[in-house]
Design a protein around this ligand. Structure first.
Ligand code: HEM
Length: 94
């Protein structure tokens, strides 16, 4: 598995913990997650440009919610990313 994907998956779980249980700083965890997403998109050969950009737009929306500290908004944005993950992983046989 790509190392960047491992960091993405880890960052996403950690963000949930930070938001729901106050473990760690959501902004710091989010910054690492976003960085891992960018690295992943640079490394993978399996993803066309259009879904890659749509994904990073969702990640940016999540970042906006993290910045304002809106817990409900963060969880909603994370749910949208989960839905896109499901569709993507089905589409690209991950
Ligand atoms: C937080 C959200 C996501 C997580 C935690 C996640 C996690 C993962 C993991 C663990 C793998 C590796 C599977 C394996 O090889 O065992 C993977 C692969 C992959 N994911 Fe995701 N994923 C997420 C979102 C997405 C989204 C939104 C897309 C599409 C835009 C996507 C596209 C892919 C592709 C194309 C691969 C194969 C990469 C390659 O082998 O080059 N993922 N993902």
């Amino acid at each position: 598995m790509l190392e960047s994907k491992k960091r993405m998956a880890q960052g996403f779980s950690e963000l949930k913990l930070a938001v729901e249980k106050g473990k760690g700083d959501p902004q710091e965890v989010f910054d690492r997650f976003q960085q891992a997403c960018q690295t992943f998109l640079a490394e993978t050969t399996k993803l066309p440009e259009e879904p890659a950009q749509r994904f990073m737009a969702l990640v940016a929306q999540l970042g906006d919610q993290v910045k304002t500290g809106n817990q409900e908004g963060i969880l909603r944005a994370m749910e949208e990313i989960r839905e896109m993950r499901k569709v993507c992983h089905e589409t690209y046989n991950v």
